[in-house]
Design a binder for this molecule. Sequence first.
Ligand code: GLN
Length: 304
Amino acid sequence: MRYQAVLDRVHREIQPWIGGGEVAHYIPELARISPHKFGMAVVTIDGQAYAVGDAHERFSIQSISKLFACTLAFQLLGNELWQRVGREPSGTAFNSLIQLETERGKPRNPFINAGALVVTDVLARRFVRAETAVVEFIRRLIAVPDVDYDPRVALSEMAHAQRNRAIAHFIDSFGNMRMPPDLVVEAYCRQCAISMSCLELARAGLFLANGGVAPISGERILDPSSTKRLSALMLTCGTYDAAGDFVYRVGLPAKSGVGGGILAVLPGDMAVCVWSPGLDTNGNSHAGVQALELMTTYTGRSIF
Ligand code: GLN
């Protein structure tokens, strides 16, 4: 597949979309990022890398970190994880509290904030610092030792984390937290503040396209069946309330974040990451979703 030619074409055609949408304002450090950034990278399981635009520049991965945290928790607990967090799309905003009341503190899935807070609780119980476990896992995946979280972004989010604190305490009130909720929220904010580039994220996601083995380290991360299951969750829940529309347009399992990044995988072939900070009303990158739609249209390749 001639991915570079496709990326170049997408980069040309996406120009009118760049700058559209709104940069996340509720985390002040993210509001400072230029909405005119755009980067996209494809890495194939046989090690070829293709990139356009700002694909080498690091940005805040935000909710894409939920994918790596969930992988670690799934490694630790296996199917027991699903006793504490569900596997259904929520159909509500990523930071919603509504379903927690009627569903008695069991979040719908691990890719909305409520579910990710339960996942972080699992990690916080097992590791001295949950966020360090996630950072070290990513470093190992891509063999890049200086990947880290940005303390300014983490502090900025912690200072405005009333909603996530409310979610964590609400879950705790139903008995679905093992660690102190405020400790869990702080670990979660640091994990969301990890900075990576499109190229690094595509490399990190490659184990999902490769049956659970990280091609760079050769390490088995998940067995093939668990890899299938995690990718299925990305497909149904990875882009929040817009998961249906995203799958219709793009046709790949993906995880997005309010930093404007989206990581998607094509099993057996490649991982792709796109970044553009302007968000649509669901919190997904406005230009990013369109760029992925163009890419799967021009390559004719998706999971369907
Ligand atoms: N850190 C953000 C939050 O908890 C992540 C949300 C996102 O990327 N959708 O609000």
